[in-house]
Ligand binder design. Structure first.
Ligand code: PLP
Ligand code: COI
Length: 343
């Protein structure tokens, strides 16, 4: 296999054309077999429900080349299950777990030359999505759906990579409401977050840290990632909230924090607590662990890092997580699946 000619060490987090994507359609009560195509566009009915009523959800997961040369995927079953939950919550036809996994394997194999080499810091980002393609004018679920998966080789989500970022507490705009759809991965949540995110960036911050919409007092999450803080006595604390996405990375870090003696806690986190943390991070598939250098809330600022140097706890967790993903540390929990070359 001739690897694609890309500057692997310097990839950003963006769309890059690859060879193939895969599509399954739901029509007349069944999913099609799954067609690989090189076509980047989707022919669509102008009254498709994804265009009008937001019937769309997506996933994000990563494939790595390990030191051994194995091509592996991290916790794929968890992404498959979360996509099923997202679909159910907005009344779309969910792709069965096995079909999801099979589709990812097929599309990775078809694009094997785009899997970044071990040691470059890059990975192959997998983007599955489900859209309502059937036409409706009244507000109701579509009768036809498309499940598709495309891939793109990526570098770090935040362009500074494993370097501290600046967060600002967003206490005006909300991303999601309790009992809404903030806990699933539907496109509308990201559209709702754009005004806060763009305003924060224009003011010189990297991203926002949302407060819960009901009390405006407890931490929710950042725009593209969950949040955790490390207390002065070394505990890993992450918000419990009905309106944040249950992050697979955060769940993994919670487990690793237990193992590292960081007595993790998932509970409501009062925004005042940010002034008592010694370290903090954003976490997610795209963000991996991004150390938080500072959090600004109105006139006040909590600072965790000395310039560009990531905090000690973020560094320890980052090494552990990426070590498992890259096969440098043993995978004792079955988080890693090797992608068979034939499927
Ligand atoms: N929160 C939001 C809003 C996200 O979009 C993501 C990314 O998927 C995460 C958190 C992190 O979730 P995960 O670790 O499962 O990628
Ligand atoms: C991911 O981390 O996979 C996501 O989907 C976040 C997205 C905002 C890029």
């Amino acid at each position: 296999m001739q690897r694609a000619d890309l500057d692997w060490e310097n990839l950003d987090f963006g769309y890059r054309k690859t060879d193939w994507n895969i599509r399954h359609t739901w029509r007349d009560g069944r999913w099609s077999a799954g067609e690989l195509t090189a076509e980047e566009h989707i022919p669509m009915h102008m009254a498709a429900t994804c265009l009008h009523y937001g019937q769309e959800c997506f996933e994000g997961l990563k494939v790595f080349e390990q030191r051994s040369g194995d091509v592996v995927v991290f916790r794929i079953e968890a992404n498959a299950r979360r996509m099923i939950r997202s679909c159910q919550k907005i009344f779309m036809q969910p792709p069965p777990e096995e079909m999801f996994i099979e589709a990812v394997y097929k599309v990775v194999n078809a694009n094997r030359r785009f899997v970044p080499p071990y040691g470059t810091g890059a990975s192959l980002y997998i983007r599955p999505l489900v859209i309502g393609t059937g036409p409706q004018v009244g507000v109701k679920p579509a009768e036809e759906y498309m499940f598709m998966v495309f891939v793109t080789p990526v570098g770090p989500y935040f362009k500074t990579g494993f370097k501290p970022v600046k967060l600002v507490v967003e206490d005006e705009y909300d991303r999601a409401a309790p009992n809404g759809v903030g806990d699933v991965k539907v496109g509308g949540n990201y559209a709702a977050g754009l005004r806060a995110s763009l305003r924060a960036k224009a003011a010189g911050f990297t991203e926002v840290l949302y407060l819960d919409a009901k009390h405006k007092r407890y931490l929710d999450e950042s725009g593209p990632a969950n949040f955790f803080g490390i207390t002065k006595d070394g505990r890993y604390v992450t918000p419990h909230s009905e309106s944040i996405l249950p992050s697979i990375t955060n769940k993994s870090l919670f487990t690793l924090a237990e193992e590292l003696g960081m007595n993790p806690e998932r509970r409501p986190v009062d925004v005042e607590e940010v002034f008592g943390f010694q370290d903090a991070g954003c976490c997610g598939t795209a963000a991996v662990i991004t150390p938080v250098g500072s959090i600004t809330w109105g006139e006040r600022q909590a600072v965790y890092c000395d310039g560009d140097v990531p905090g000690e706890f973020c560094t320890r967790l980052y090494k552990k997580l990426t070590g498992i993903q890259l096969g440098e540390e043993p995978d004792t929990r079955g988080w890693i699946r090797s992608i068979p070359t034939e499927n």
